[in-house]
Design a protein around this ligand. Structure first.
Ligand code: GLY
Length: 296
């Protein structure tokens, strides 16, 4: 692997003028042995609240069972720790039924964190709750602030070469443009893409498996948004397994999707299946449950 984009970010941090040429460098070029898009020292999670039964959902398939969800959450955190991560577990926030899905509150990059402005009105306050925890770990924390801007972390896929952001019912063009302005000084390029109609978030339908490999549903990859990456297709009928996370040496994926499990394993990745039945009732998955980062 060879990722000169990392060099670009390091140069940007040192004040060296970084030109467009770095955006053209091949993905997976890891000259320093770093892969900031899937190797992390830290994660932040939040315990599910009893109010989870009032969580948002596209289709009502029944209320989640808090005890089962907590057991799945414990297994998720234990697995992150097994990879060597320090996991900060925040207490439940009963005022925010969806607050277990911390990913939507911020974007964490090597140079700093960006506090989001969730597009779901009931979730706006979750971002404010997250901010002090990131300020405690990062030297630089900025925020999406325009009243016109809406953006949730579930719509953001960070790769070694760029940041893809899917427009969705939760993320609009103004939010994407504001994010692009905030991360440009850190050497990051934002590319606007589209979340398939009826799908909650862009990453509901895709995940990064390594610097150049993306796991995706066919309905999303058919848009051509992953041109230049190696794409592994989710087997037909297992679209709900597309939201996985690569975290250090493991891929965490939802349990119950044997053809996707075999596809990922055959591609050479070490994986761990985590129960997700309760989060799935609220359209949540592996990525939604954590912020993953290496603070500066
Ligand atoms: N239930 C997760 C969300 O709709 O944001």
């Amino acid at each position: 692997m060879c990722n000169l984009t990392v060099l670009g970010h390091w140069l940007a941090r040192t004040g060296f003028p970084v030109g467009d040429g770095l955006a053209l460098l091949p993905a997976g070029c890891d000259i320093f042995g770093m892969s900031f898009s899937f190797r992390f020292t830290h994660a932040i999670t939040r315990r599910p609240a009893a109010s989870i039964t009032r969580g948002l959902r596209a289709v009502d398939t029944g209320n989640p069972d808090l005890a089962v969800m907590q057991a799945h959450h414990d297994a998720y955190i234990a697995t992150l720790r097994e990879t060597g991560a320090k996991v900060v577990e925040l207490p439940a926030l009963d005022a925010y039924p969806d607050s277990v899905f911390v990913e939507d509150t911020a974007l964490c990059l090597p140079q700093g964190a960006v506090i989001m402005r969730p597009g779901a009105p009931s979730r706006l306050g979750e971002a404010t709750e997250m901010a002090p925890h990131l300020r405690a770990l990062y030297a630089q924390v900025v925020a999406i602030t325009s009243a016109d801007s809406f953006i949730e972390g579930g719509d953001i896929l960070v790769t070694e070469r760029e940041i893809l952001v899917g427009r969705s019912a939760r993320t609009n063009a103004a939010g994407i443009a504001e994010l692009a302005r905030l991360v440009a000084p850190w050497g990051h390029t934002v590319r606007e893409v589209h979340t398939p109609p009826g799908v909650l978030h862009f990453k509901t339908d895709c995940s990064l498996l390594d610097a150049e490999t993306i796991l995706s549903t066919r309905r999303l990859s058919a848009s051509g948004c992953f041109h230049g990456y190696r794409v592994i297709d989710i087997p037909e009928g297992e679209e709900a397994a597309a939201n996985t996370i690569r975290f250090n040496d493991l891929v965490l994926m939802p349990a119950g999707f044997p053809r996707t499990r075999d596809t990922i394993a055959t591609a050479g990745f070490n994986l761990r299946e985590i129960g997700n039945s309760e989060c799935a009732k609220l359209d949540g998955g592996m990525s939604c449950l954590s912020l993953r980062f290496t603070p500066t």
